[in-house]
Design a protein around this ligand. Structure first.
Ligand SMILES: NC(=O)C1=CN([C@@H]2O[C@H](COP(=O)(O)OP(=O)(O)OC[C@H]3O[C@@H](n4cnc5c(N)ncnc54)[C@H](O)[C@@H]3O)[C@@H](O)[C@H]2O)C=CC1
Ligand SMILES: O=C(CO)COP(=O)(O)O
Length: 322
């Protein structure tokens, strides 16, 4: 039998910490995995103490997932390379804007046969158009990559409220191993081979969620909001997510998104506005902006100073309605 796989979680925000709860418990109870799970923590001081010290002593990420104990075998490590260098499985779960720098630091310093899985929702906008975050990681680190995405609001997952998620993995044996690491009674995992589809749905729904927040902030009805909704993650994010919540406050208060992110999220990061900007550049370069009025409208409001009160006009002028 091969030796137990060492797991490292690259990230310790709201979702990273909820995932640490699951992965720590599963790794401890399954001999296929080493029971110690490293979690890389972007170090900061909270209430006068280092966050890593708080996590390793009190077993709680008091800033990003307060109220939940993490398993004691989850070890917070402030140095990225110390956390990741001996890992057989790397779970990437940081806000997408930081992935480039994190991978640059890890390049050449990890085991060559490490399996990576991205839980990051977002896209990168490269010179040739859209690039998936898993592709960015694959190219920079030369490792095999899978993804995990779903209608998974972190606080609800940590509360063990039942939900489903999808692993996109091209290799069946790897998919089965990753499922063993991630699945619990409350967090059911389906493995599919179409990893790119899983990832792009997870990324793009964040832009729609910002639009849904605008609808709420402007006082439109449920029908209006549903006009932009599709499948599970979209529904969840358009009701319960941070992108929606902050966009609602934006429409109601007139404060800037940056200000509201700071005020309302205590260090957590929105992915929707940045994704709207990246997707906007990609669509513009391809000359197809007019086919995506919702994405265009969210971009215009977030970055071009277009009044949020015009949001619905953009949907009324959808090319499908001409
Ligand atoms: N929170 C949620 O409910 C869910 C989030 N996701 C996705 O997971 C990814 C990560 O999200 P969260 O864990 O919620 O993070 P978060 O939104 O809680 O972000 C805060 C994290 O970013 C870290 N950070 C701040 N500056 C940094 C830097 N310069 N370099 C590296 N890290 C830095 C902070 O230390 C903290 O760990 C995102 O792509 C998000 O869309 C996916 C499903 C659910
Ligand atoms: O991705 C999520 C739920 O699946 C979380 O969405 P928010 O980032 O908008 O909170």
């Amino acid at each position: 039998m091969s030796s137990p796989k060492r797991v490292c979680i690259v990230g310790s925000g709201n979702w990273g910490s909820a995932i640490a709860k699951i992965v720590g418990t599963n790794a401890r109870n399954n001999s296929k995995f080493d029971s110690t799970v490293n979690m890389w923590v972007f170090e900061e001081t909270v209430n006068g103490r280092k966050l890593t010290e708080i996590i390793n002593t009190d077993h709680e990420n008091v800033k990003y997932l307060p109220g939940h104990k993490l398993p004691e075998n989850v070890v917070a490590v402030p140095d990225l390379l110390d956390a990741a260098k001996s890992a057989d499985i790397l779970l990437f779960v940081i806000p997408h804007q930081f992935i480039g720098r994190v991978c640059d630091t890890m390049k050449g310093q990890i085991k060559p046969d490490t399996l990576g899985m991205s839980l990051i929702k977002g896209v990168d906008e490269g010179p040739d158009g859209l690039k998936l975050i898993s592709e960015v990681i694959r190219e920079k680190l030369c490792i095999k990559m899978s993804v995990l995405m779903g209608a998974n609001i972190a606080n609800e997952v940590a509360d063990e409220k039942f939900c489903e998620t999808t692993i996109g993995c091209r290799d069946q044996a790897q998919g089965a191993l990753l499922k063993e690491l991630m699945q619990t009674h409350h967090f059911r995992v389906t493995v599919v081979q179409e990893a790119d589809v899983v990832e792009i749905c997870g990324a793009l729904k964040n832009i729609v969620a910002v639009g849904a927040g605008f609808c709420d902030g402007l006082g439109f009805g449920d029908n209006t909001k549903a006009a932009s909704c599709g499948v599970a993650d979209l529904i969840t994010t358009c009701y319960g997510g941070r992108n929606r919540k902050v966009a609602e406050a934006f429409a109601k208060t007139g404060k800037s998104l940056e200000e509201l992110e700071k005020e309302m999220l205590n260090g957590q990061k929105l992915q929707g506005p940045a994704t709207a900007a990246e997707v906007h550049t990609i669509l513009k370069n391809k000359g197809v902006l007019d086919r995506f009025p919702l994405f265009n409208a969210v971009y215009g409001i977030c970055y071009e100073g277009r009044p949020v009160t015009e949001f619905i006009h953009c949907l009324q002028n959808h090319p499908e309605h001409q």
